[in-house]
Design a binder for this molecule. Structure first.
Ligand SMILES: NC(=O)C1=CN([C@@H]2O[C@H](COP(=O)(O)OP(=O)(O)OC[C@H]3O[C@@H](n4cnc5c(N)ncnc54)[C@H](OP(=O)(O)O)[C@@H]3O)[C@@H](O)[C@H]2O)[C@@H](O)CC1
Ligand SMILES: Nc1ncnc2c1ncn2[C@@H]1O[C@H](COP(=O)(O)OP(=O)(O)O)[C@@H](O)[C@H]1O
Ligand SMILES: [Mg+2]
Length: 275
């Protein structure tokens, strides 16, 4: 298992070319946030925008629109119940993040099935939270894409892989990740990343991160990094490491870290490593 260190940041985060514009840095949609879990998709969207994605649209329950814009006027909004608009938006982006706060009811299932049908070979798909649980519960097939990444916590991984938490060892995890055809970010206090060819273990992170919304924030960062950096494995690895390394910095003087505080630090953190 390869130890993931800050070396991945200098290998991945690039200085921005002068002759660039928002389109250079990728278009992302984030889909999730039902009436009860609006915070999840807002935290994920914050992380995407603060990671530097060029254009971000949040597709969520209409009841979340005002909160979204009070936190993040940079994000555009679309109503998750307008499936025609959702279809147009999904087809127009580089990266789709689906799952934070999506919920697991029939409406959420319909949206997920539609997105899995729409996604193309030119797009990156980030599957988190409720979307992982829905895929597991309904045995949905993960389609071919340019690149797919799953970001389960251990219980979500148990659901989708069939491997009980106590049996989640690298050999078994690796086999299932390959069967799923996706990079798997298996989150824990020592997150492991299963890419097509290698297994990495995160060396950063702190128990000060153990609070609701921390994984939603990581999903948004993965989306934002994948939108900007061509090497998708490196983008995922750099997002995972940055998320935890920022937490380590904050934990020097905080007992607990709120997920949105990670997002607020991303621009300064990335600037230190851009080359
Ligand atoms: N502010 C918001 O809107 C927020 C919205 N959120 C959204 O809620 C949705 C549901 O996501 P979820 O993770 O909260 O619930 P679920 O998938 O049922 O998993 C929990 C079950 O698994 C178990 N468990 C075992 N090991 C575990 C581990 N390592 N890490 C975590 N859990 C572990 C755990 O055991 P227990 O804690 O009971 O010991 C429990 O039985 C999802 O869409 C998410 O985005 C949240 O992000 C919160 C903030
Ligand atoms: N003790 C810990 N040490 C390091 N990282 C942790 C710890 N506890 C939780 N985390 C991190 O917090 C995130 C939790 O993700 P998840 O359970 O999906 O949260 P949520 O769904 O509430 O957003 C993961 O990135 C995980 O690695
Ligand atoms: Mg989660």
């Amino acid at each position: 298992m390869i130890k993931l260190t800050d070396q991945i940041l200098t290998e991945t985060i690039r200085k921005r070319p002068l002759d660039s514009y928002k389109g250079t840095y990728g278009k992302v949609v984030l889909i999730g946030g039902n009436h009860n879990f609006g915070g999840a998709i807002i935290m994920a969207s914050l992380a995407t925008v603060y990671s530097g994605a060029g254009l971000t649209t949040t597709i969520t329950d209409a009841s979340n629109q005002t909160s979204l814009h009070s936190w993040l006027p940079e994000a555009m909004f679309a109503d998750i119940n307008d499936l025609e608009q959702l279809t147009q938006l999904v087809l127009s982006v580089d990266v789709i993040v689906i799952g934070p706060g999506l919920g697991t009811d029939a409406k959420a299932l319909t949206v997920l099935q539609l997105v899995l049908k729409l996604v193309t070979l030119k797009q990156t798909l980030v599957i988190d939270g409720s979307a992982i649980t829905l895929i597991a519960n309904h045995r949905l097939i993960i389609p071919q894409t340019k690149y797919t990444v799953l970001t389960p916590h251990q219980m979500e991984w148990q659901r989708i892989s069939g491997i009980a938490i106590k049996d989640q060892h690298p050999d078994q995890n690796w086999l299932v990740a390959h069967q799923l055809g996706a990079t798997v970010v298996l989150k824990s206090h020592q997150t492991e990343i299963y890419t097509d060819t290698k297994i990495y273990q995160n060396t950063a992170g702190t128990p000060a991160q153990a609070t609701g919304g921390m994984g939603d924030t990581l999903a948004g960062m993965v989306g934002g990094f994948c939108a900007q950096f061509a090497n998708q494995d490196n983008a995922v690895l750099a997002a995972v490491f940055s998320h935890s390394a920022i937490a380590n910095q904050l934990a020097q003087c905080q007992y607990v870290i709120l997920p949105h505080q990670i997002s607020q630090q991303i621009p300064q953190f990335m600037a230190k490593y851009a080359n």
